[in-house]
Every structure is written in C-alpha cells, then in structure tokens.
Design a protein around this ligand. Structure first.
Ligand SMILES: [Zn+2]
Length: 245
C-alpha cells in the first residue's frame, strides 16, 4: 500500500538513475530527508525533471511506501527557484555548502520542521542579498549544529566554567569545547581561537546583526567549522562545495 503525501521540499542534490530517471535527495517539511525518484526526468518533455534541481523549493506529491528506501515523485511545482541567488557566485557557493551539510548531517526519514523552515529561510535571505553570504552561512552552520545534536558552546570555559573570555586568545578542545587562557595551558590538545574569531562566532550565535568582518576571520571561521565537523561527525572529511568554487 502506498500513501499519497503532499508536502513542501527543498532539493539537496540529484543523481542520474538508469537511462532517463533521476534520484533526488529532498528535505521535506513532513517527512524530513528522503530519497525520491523522478521517472523520465531526463527526457526533454519532463516538466518535473526540469524543476527537481538542487536548491529549488518545491511543492511535491509523493507516493510513499514504508517498505521502500526511495519514494516516488508523482508531481512537483515550483515555490521558489531563487533566481537572483543563482546569479551570485558567492551566494551560490554558500547555498550549495548549506544543502551539502543538510544532506550529510541530517538523519533519513526524521521530520524536523525547524530544519525545513531554517533551510527555506536561509535561502530566502541569500536570495534577498542584504546580508553577506558567508555570514548567513555561519549563522546557518551554528543553527544546524544545534538541531543535529552537535551544538557548539562558547559561553563559558568548558573546564573551569569561567565566563570572561572576551579579548583573550582562548583555546578550543574538540572534546570539551572552549577553554580559557589558563585551562588552555593545561590541555595539550587545543585549537587556538583568536579574540576576533571568538567575537565573530558569538555574534553568529546571537540574533544580533553581525558587523563587517575581515576575510581572514571568514577563512578562520570556515576552517574552524570544517575541523569541528571532522571531529564530531563520523566519516566527515571536508565541505566538498568549498573545493569546487
Ligand atoms: Zn578555564
């Protein structure tokens, strides 16, 4: 027995399947992340095939079977295809990084409406173009870590609990979290967090508007994010999208 599900979805990626079909990874509002096949998608006549494309926000109709790993897309229509975002190379780089992380970090078949709304919201902000793509990516990263159980704590030293950490070169231990100057000396294995990076990460975590940041802080932050993932997420090697832009 299959069930008909009408839901919204964001396309995370797609791969060719057999001669004419594609299998897409979708983050759906009602079912979480799923794989779904679009039969005949690569035929030039397929309307659905054209719109089931990474980043697109769609309304889809699925035939869902509990016993199947790959569901069937029977219809789809566009809600937004983020046309402006796709013309901006930097926005495109960070948007693809966002969907890559959602694809790699979220569990299959587990509904999470906050993640779904978070993806749609961040892509809409990237489309609007009022805030820098790299900052929006950082905010989404912090949000996604929290939602997937890898929340990053910066509030107090993870060893002694000290809260005054501003304007100092703190450390970060991948096991325990942020380290104050004193505890940093005692733990051999730690990552150096410059005051500017500490401020920036805290800013991303708050709802405050992030002030202008230098390119070097963005580079440091992205390196921090990637290393954090490598340590915490099994089999995670790199943010591949960073390599292809
Ligand atoms: Zn401490």
């Amino acid at each position: 027995m299959s069930e008909i599900v009408k839901t919204e979805a964001v396309v995370l990626n797609k791969i060719d399947y057999r001669d004419t079909s594609v299998i897409a990874s979708l983050y759906t509002e009602d079912l979480g992340k799923i794989s779904a096949i679009v039969k005949g998608a690569r035929s030039t006549k397929s309307k659905i095939g054209r719109i089931v494309d990474p980043l697109n926000h769609l309304r889809v109709i699925l035939y869902k079977k509990e016993t199947r790993d790959v569901q069937l897309v029977s219809d789809a229509e566009i809600i937004s295809h983020f046309a402006r975002l796709k013309e901006n190379l930097l926005a495109l780089k960070y948007s693809y990084s966002i969907i890559e992380l959602v694809h790699k970090l979220t569990p299959v078949d587990e509904q999470n409406k906050r993640i779904f709304r978070g993806i749609v919201r961040i892509l809409s902000l990237l489309e609007k173009g009022e805030e820098k793509p790299e900052i929006l990516f950082g905010k989404f990263f912090i949000f996604l870590m929290k939602e997937t159980g890898y929340e990053i704590q910066f509030k107090k030293c993870s060893v002694c609990g000290k809260r005054e950490l501003k304007n100092m070169v703190n450390g970060f231990n991948w096991d325990t979290g942020i380290l104050c100057v004193k505890c940093k000396e005692e733990k051999i294995d730690n990552y150096r967090i410059k005051p500017e990076l500490f401020d920036y990460l805290n800013c991303l975590k708050s709802t405050k508007l992030v002030p202008a940041v230098s390119d070097s802080i963005i580079i440091d932050a992205n390196k921090f994010f990637e290393t954090y993932l490598k340590f915490h997420v099994p089999d995670f090697k790199e943010i591949q999208t960073f390599k292809s832009f």
